[in-house]
Design a protein around this ligand. Structure first.
Ligand SMILES: [Zn+2]
Length: 733
């Protein structure tokens, strides 16, 4: 259901209109750049049209949103009217007396909801990038209305009857490949949403969805409350030895806010690992924090999530069975690149032994330090971050501040990111200071092909601020599509601290890599060359969407690109090779731990969602332990990144989908290999990637796109190499 344009338009309006990024923590919906604005806008009364900029198609180049005219009070009326207009358009299609044709049904559906998609594309993004209390209130108010709007369309029996009739006779319609895929996609989306069910089953389904929504809300509220309830308080500041001064200050303030002035409250974060564990020298305190973290949601009390986890697993299994699937995972994965439970299980189990072996090697390095210090104990989960930091300092010591003078923002963007796109694809960039934005430090570039043909607009919103959500992401304000003839308007967002006036913006290496990453999503949107809005740009499966962006990261460290951008902002000196080598060396450090904790969480996700309803266990934690053991991921010093009772990604966000980051990375690592095999930074290589993959959006099966590009199916070897997992299992140390 998630690749459905309608669904995504709704997700956009709910503030999920982003391309998920592996660098961020929060679960996110995939891209929503299907938000194409058809040329023929529904007529609006002239007075209203002038009052509300959403009511008419923007007159700016590329239909770029009129940010200077959009005000908070415009969102709710435009979203409300957008929904009622779409409902009327859909009703007209469903109730038509004419026999169903591809044009009057499927193509017509693709054209519905212009106002809604146009508004949702802006609202969904700015509710994350530049929010305020008014927008937050609109978000909360709209959530149930969107849900009902979506159900009304996807479970509309008359509409589905027309789609099904076309689908059943699809071989006789003489459709081109993309049109045929569109028809199949509509049919699939409706079927997956329950359109084929009897009226009684539809009611059951709605009730299940409703209960699941309530459980998800309770689960996430419990997670939040339990995080707050599990913070560790200490009375003596001496116990905080090792913690940086600002962290001690924060702990004192947190304790004061909790009514314990004079004490110190170490708040928890969502993951199993906790930041203070890196610095605290007091081992008892470390153990106390780790224990508090790992027992969240499963230790009894009012915020216990154990029964909710089991209930959700059961409901999802029952719903999947009703829709004709073996398990919930089978239901979810059918719509992803992975396609089957077997394919995901194979990826996870192929990597597990090597990852754990690597983690054990990392542990051996740490145990050596513990022993040399006369510690007299075995490394535990609570000790990992503390001793990992010691190893890191020993092996790779360098200071991030040495790097930053070589990574000035404008230099990285223009002479790095844009330069790479020029070398690979021939793109040219011209800044458009004449076009309005929603903040003065947000910038716009017009992008041109090598022959001077205009391609689209690129918007850069790079700076952190208090009303912007964390992480980095891409969105499309206008998506390319041939049906209505729109060109792309895409944007990248980061959270780079803004320097004081007149000072240069000096970035960390991580921020540099992220800038290349996000621009990979931007290219996916800019190069889109499809007919139907449904398939535009990054409208691809979740386990595929991070792949092109991860590939673009490779150019951040390409010698030619680096030489062009990594120059001292004052002297123009190139970055010293020795410094660069240290940066590259640290990339592999800690991969054993990172991969193991990720795999353990991904395996838990699959274990819960590969159950049939009658297999759902009564004891949540016992099941979890058994699942990890069976997968060979029960290595106590490295607990899962999230345990079931606080794993919001899979309970609220994308169930059976946590594996997706790694799946994308397999394709990414393979593609990086392809570029290297074929001479790296060359126009013909870029053009091949663009033609076979980046321009195709979701118009062709994603795995086929990969094959078209690579010439064969993906293999896991390059990923193992990258993550340092290629050593023989059970190797030295
Ligand atoms: Zn990303």
């Amino acid at each position: 259901m998630k690749t459905h344009r309608l669904t995504l338009a709704l997700a956009a309006a709910l503030g999920l209109s982003i391309t998920a990024c592996s660098k961020t923590e929060a679960p996110q919906a995939p891209a929503t750049d299907q938000a194409a604005a058809p040329a023929a806008a529904p007529a609006a009364a002239p007075a209203e049209a002038s009052a509300n900029p959403f009511f008419a198609v923007s007159a700016l180049p590329y239909q770029m949103p009129e940010f200077d005219k959009i005000k908070d009070e415009h969102y709710a009326p435009a979203l409300e009217r957008g929904m009622s207009e779409q409902r009327a358009e859909v009703d007209a299609i469903a109730g038509s007396s004419e026999a169903a044709t591809f044009e009057n049904t499927i193509v017509a559906l693709e054209k519905t909801g212009a106002l809604l998609t146009r508004t949702a594309a802006v609202f969904g993004n700015l509710a994350g990038a530049n929010t305020n209390p008014v927008m937050q209130a609109v978000q909360a108010d709209m959530a149930p209305k969107f849900s009902a709007h979506q159900d009304a369309i996807l479970l509309d029996g008359k509409l589905f009857a027309r789609i099904k009739q076309l689908y059943d006779g699809r071989d006789q319609l003489g459709l081109d490949a993309e049109s045929l895929r569109l028809l199949e996609r509509y049919h699939t989306d409706f079927v997956r949403a329950g359109a084929n069910l009897s009226d009684a089953d539809k009611e059951t389904l709605k009730a299940m969805n409703s209960e699941l929504a309530t459980l998800a809300t309770t689960f996430s509220q419990n997670v939040l409350k339990e995080v707050n309830a599990s913070g560790v308080t200490v009375t003596d500041v001496a116990e905080l030895d090792g913690l940086p001064a600002e962290a001690i200050t924060a702990a004192a303030e947190a304790a004061k806010a909790a009514g314990n002035e004079g004490q110190y409250l170490l708040a928890l974060q969502n993951t199993s690992g906790q930041p203070p564990l890196t610095n605290l020298t007091n081992r008892d305190l470390r153990k106390k924090i780790m224990e508090a973290s790992l027992t969240r949601g499963g230790r009894g009390g009012e915020f216990d999530n154990r029964d909710i986890v089991a209930r959700v697993a059961k409901l999802r299994a029952e719903r999947a069975a009703m829709l004709g699937y073996e398990t919930h995972a089978a239901y979810v994965l059918e719509d992803e690149t992975a396609k089957t439970v077997g394919a995901v299980n194979k990826l996870l189990s192929d990597l597990a032994p090597a990852a754990v072996a690597n983690a054990r090697r990392e542990a051996a390095d740490m145990q050596a330090i513990i022993d040399a210090e006369g510690g007299g104990f075995q490394l535990e989960a609570a000790d990992w971050a503390f001793y990992a930091e010691k190893v890191r300092k020993q092996k790779y010591d360098f200071d991030e501040s040495q790097l930053r003078p070589y990574f000035e923002l404008d230099n990285v963007l223009v002479n790095g990111v844009f330069f790479a796109a020029n070398q690979l694809y021939g793109l040219e960039f011209k800044e458009r200071k004449d076009l309005p934005t929603y903040r003065s430090d947000v910038r716009v570039w017009e992008v041109f092909e090598s022959d001077g043909k205009p391609l689209g607009l690129f918007i850069g919103d790079f700076y952190a601020r208090s009303n912007k959500r964390g992480g980095a992401w891409m969105n499309a304000y206008v998506a390319q599509n041939g049906l209505t003839g729109t060109s792309p308007v895409v944007a990248n967002h980061q959270n780079i601290p803004k320097p004081s006036d007149g000072q240069p913006t000096l970035m960390t290496f991580d921020e540099v890599t992220t800038m290349f990453h996000e621009f990979g999503h931007a290219l996916h949107g800019l190069f889109s060359n499809v007919k139907y809005p449904m398939f535009s740009g990054t409208s691809v499966p979740r386990d595929f969407v991070e792949y092109p962006s991860q590939v673009n990261e490779m150019w951040a460290t390409d010698p030619t690109i680096l030489a062009n951008y990594a120059k001292h902002h004052e002297t123009g000196e190139p970055i010293p090779q020795a410094l660069l080598d240290k940066v590259m060396a640290t990339e592999q450090f800690g991969q054993g731990h990172a991969t193991t904790e990720y795999l353990a969480a991904a395996m838990l996700d699959q274990s819960w969602h590969q159950l049939k309803a009658d297999q759902v266990p009564a004891d949540t934690l016992a099941f979890e332990a058994q699942a990890l053991k069976q997968a060979g991921l029960d290595y106590a010093p490295v607990p899962p990144r999230y345990r079931s009772t606080y794993f919001s990604h899979i309970m609220v966000g994308y169930s059976a989908g946590y594996y997706a980051y790694l799946w994308s990375e397999v394709l990414d690592a393979e593609s990086v290999e392809w570029f290297k095999e074929n001479g790296g930074l060359k126009r013909e290589n870029g053009d091949h990637f663009r033609q076979t993959l980046l321009s195709r959006g979701g118009s062709v099966d994603a795995m086929q796109l990969f094959r078209d590009f690579r010439g064969r199916d993906p293999e896991v070897g390059p990923l193992l190499l990258r993550r340092g997992l290629d050593n023989p299992i059970g190797g030295s140390k």
